[in-house]
Design a protein around this ligand. Structure first.
Ligand code: MTE
Ligand code: QUE
Ligand code: MOS
Length: 798
């Protein structure tokens, strides 16, 4: 078995050893699946070879927002040849509820429906089309109940899915009463459809002893495993989840991939046949939750310079019909209602409003973007009120470095780099010069108006549910020196597998080609946290590093024994190993270690240090560190139609010491555009009866290539390693740059404000669709005729 090791001469090995290092972290290694993505060969769940005798599952959705179910008759379903089964809530063998944190999400409607789209029954048939026809033939009779569809109504009536929560520092009421200026206002922030290219999908194969093998597109394999076990009423060890890659997740597959998986499992259990459920786009958009829309009320006191004295913000998240992850999502909105600003005396209230729409869920930023939009609106409102450049007010209110650096949840902001980053971008984007040019342009252009905005991002990294900050990994080295790598994270396009492989390549100092990335599988690494909160690489990278270091230490110890040298004599480099004066290839070392009876397989583990949060006291250190970014965007607005075009975007983003600059730049660009889409063209519209009308790409407009800024310049901060002991001193990148997309929204309002000589902030709720921009234009034109302020109320000082 030793024959496959190619024997090189000592000179050859030494030359390889001494060559420039070409592997490991910090390099723009291409995405592990890049070639397959481009050629279309990457296998998603729906591309797998299908199991023989498979059933396709289709869900019949409620067409009522709130109703009691009077009768369900599935007999008509069976008239269609090929139908195997039609199930309702009564057919679920185990637990019906699949709520991720607290109960509230029945797998199938249980006597009542609470939104249009709620799954009432499901049919398994030998084709999707037959399953659909049969499901639509079932008889479902309802008795309508009054729905609550308006978040403000739910907020006023305290119609909540979970209790409200408060963050408090200082005395905002006293400061508000005495501040030189005080303004009150409100803002609606829209939701957002995930629009992952691959819709929710699962494929389930019954296995021995009542077990199930589940292929599913999920960010959270362990939770799907737990919920499939619960709906079947079997222990978790009977269920195996396999997840190779998602065609995008963006938070939408953190909890809501479980429904199709559980429906498939129940039908597989009842029929003994393999099952597959793939949601058509319209069904996916109707059944699953989205980013939470928010309604925000604020009361802010400040001085003549625009410095905050006191602030109260009430954040009312529109959670839809059930809690899902809304507890943590509204928390994160509260945690980010400071963005990069020292609030001083602040009271932040978070409310979780219950409405009769789909249950809103995780979406890139996890509530953080909504909190940050609120404070950015407030910065603009203050600037307009005082006739100042919004950037001046923003910079004035930035957290200080050694003072004015305690947040409203009592965490001290350390290693703040927002000042330097803002200064760098202000210079490279020529902010002042372009500000002057834009004012001159606008003065001479009656219809087309330009706007400019520079906005910061400070985003807390770590799950605020502290226990989730843990990860595991598994490494085997086979006798030919090839490495099998597995970890608890999931690949959704963000490049996590590539980064984790780079980490392992770095530890062993071997070529990345030697490392085989494998599907996330609950058999290999158990009890995983969702791949979320941007922490995939931080947590799983560290767990894999731990595993690799354990094996490497065993190899070093072995070589020390075998060659009677010291550990300092052993060096791994370029897939070779030097043992004092002698050179061995990595595979030779592995072979020798195998024959020396050294274990070449191990698990690794990581938990984030330093963090804690006391929810009772609303204080602690929920975040290990913060990631920062700044964006400067210029827009041109047609004030006759409300249409706009982003002319230029300059971005500077902080990823610490990047694990992979190419992937990180891709994340920054993609997140920025996704954030911009949220706040500009992506509008969710429901009918008066609660039916989602924007249920496909024809009516829901995500950004396309032509919506990109004409000139987009993205840079990563250089030579600024994460001061905390993160994986090779990198910083998380997945979510933070999403909030760079606030700059285009502010730039649009800047352009509109020019119509009233920047004396007032137009009330343009998010998303700033062309219609809303036109309303803003109208407000400014009216203001030109009277001096009365627009939507913001000025309160006289006491
Ligand atoms: N990038 C791509 N291409 N596809 C995705 O679905 N999800 C985002 C972000 N970037 C996503 C993405 C979200 S919501 C999160 S939390 C992070 O990736 C998760 O991955 P990470 O923790 O490994 O960065
Ligand atoms: C950011 C996140 C998540 C979060 C907190 C964050 C997240 C998530 C949870 C969560 C909380 C409690 C649970 C649970 C999950 O919290 O994605 O299972 O019991 O799932 O700050 O992204
Ligand atoms: Mo991302 S919203 O934490 O999946």
């Amino acid at each position: 078995m030793s024959n496959h090791v190619q024997h090189k001469t000592q000179e050859e090995l030494a030359a390889l050893f001494r060559a420039d290092i070409t592997t490991g972290v910090g390099r723009s290694v291409k995405h592990e699946s890049a070639d397959k993505h481009v050629s279309g060969e990457a296998v998603y769940v729906d591309d797998r070879l299908e199991f023989p005798n498979q059933l396709h599952v289709y869900a019949r959705m409620s067409d009522r927002a709130h109703a009691r179910i009077v009768r369900i008759d599935t007999a008509p379903c069976y008239q269609f040849p090929g139908v195997a089964i039609a199930i309702t809530a009564e057919d679920v063998p185990g637990q019906l509820d699949i709520g991720p944190v607290v109960a509230g999400d029945p797998l199938l409607a249980d006597g009542k429906v609470e939104y249009v789209g709620q799954v009432v029954l499901a049919v398994g048939a030998d084709s999707l089309e037959t399953a659909r026809k049969a499901a639509m033939a079932a008889i479902v009779e309802y008795e309508d109940l009054e729905p609550v569809l308006d978040v403000v109504e739910a907020y006023r009536k305290k119609h909540f899915v979970l209790d409200s929560h408060q963050h408090k520092i200082g005395d905002s009421a006293a400061e508000l009463a005495t501040a030189p200026h005080r303004l009150q206002g409100s803002l609606h922030i829209g939701g957002q459809e995930h629009f992952y290219l691959e819709t929710q999908i699962s494929s389930v194969m019954p296995s021995e002893d009542g077990g199930m093998l589940v292929y599913t597109s999920t960010q959270n394999p362990t939770e799907v495993q737990k919920l499939v076990a619960e709906v079947l009423g079997v222990p978790m060890h009977k269920i195996v989840i396999d997840m190779r890659r998602m065609g995008g997740g963006f938070g939408g597959k953190e909890t809501q991939a479980a429904g199709p998986a559980c429906l498939c499992a129940v039908i597989a259990h009842l029929t003994g046949r393999p099952t597959k459920m793939r949601l058509p786009r319209m069904e996916d958009m109707t059944i699953t939750g989205k980013r939470h829309p928010f309604y925000v009320e604020y009361d802010v006191g400040f001085d003549d310079n625009g410095l905050l004295h006191g602030i109260q913000i009430d954040l009312a998240g529109n959670c839809g019909y059930s809690p899902d992850l809304s507890g943590s999502i509204v928390d994160r909105a509260m945690f980010h209602s400071d963005n990069a600003y020292f609030l001083g005396n602040a009271t932040i209230n978070g409310h979780r409003c219950k409405t009769n729409i789909a249950s809103n869920t995780a979406y890139r930023g996890f509530g953080g973007p909504q909190g940050m939009v609120a404070i950015e609106e407030i910065m603009d409102v203050i600037a307009r009120h005082l006739g100042k450049d919004p950037l001046e007010v923003r910079k004035l209110n930035y957290y200080g470095k050694d003072e004015r650096n305690v947040t409203h949840y009592h965490q001290t902001v350390e290693h703040n780099v927002i000042h330097e980053m803002t200064a760098e971008l202000e210079a490279s984007a020529e902010y002042s010069k372009r500000r002057a040019e834009i004012r001159a342009f606008n003065a001479n252009s009656p219809v087309l108006k330009k706007g400019l905005a520079l906005t910061p991002v400070k985003f807390g990294i770590s799950f605020t549910a502290t226990f989730l900050n843990q990860a595991g990994a598994l490494i085997h080295i086979y006798t030919d020196g090839s490495i099998h790598l597995n970890h608890g994270g999931t690949e959704m396009g963000q490049g996590l597998n590539t980064k984790v492989a780079q980490v392992v390549a770095q530890v062993f100092n071997v070529d990345i080609e030697r490392i085989q990335i494998t599907a996330t599988n609950t058999d290999k690494v158990p009890n995983t946290s969702p791949t979320a909160a941007s922490s995939g690489a931080d947590l799983n990278g560290m767990a894999a590093k731990n595993a690799a270091e354990i094996i490497k230490q065993r190899l070093v110890d072995f070589l020390v024994r075998e060659y009677k040298v010291t550990a300092e004599d052993v060096e791994f480099r370029n897939s070779q190993v030097r043992v004092r004066g002698q050179f061995l290839s990595f595979e030779e070392v592995i072979q020798k270690a195998y024959f020396g009876q050294v274990s070449l397989s191990t698990t690794g583990f990581y938990r984030t240090p330093k963090i804690y949060y006391d929810r009772e006291k609303a204080a602690g250190r929920p975040f290990y560190y913060y990631a920062y970014g700044v964006a400067c965007v210029e827009v041109i607005v047609d004030t006759l139609t409300g249409e706009y075009k982003m002319l230029r975007g300059d971005i500077l983003h902080d990823v610490g010491d990047s694990l992979n600059p190419a992937i990180d730049i891709g994340q920054v660009e993609g997140a920025f555009v996704q954030g911009m889409g949220w706040l500009t063209t992506e509008e969710l519209v429901w009918s008066a009866k609660g039916k989602l009308l924007t249920n496909g790409p024809a009516s829901y407009k995500i950004p396309a290539i032509a919506d990109m800024p004409i000139d987009l310049r993205v840079k990563l901060v250089e030579n600024r390693k994460n001061p905390e002991d993160t994986v090779f001193h990198s910083k998380a990148v997945g979510e933070p740059p999403f909030m760079l997309g606030i700059a285009p929204w502010c730039a649009i309002k800047d352009a509109v404000a020019s119509l009233a000589d920047y004396r007032a902030q137009p009330q343009i709720d998010a998303p700033a669709t062309p219609e809303r921009v036109l309303w803003g234009v109208e407000q400014m034109r009216k203001l030109q005729q009277s001096t009365k302020a627009v939507a913001v109320t000025e309160v006289e000082p006491a």
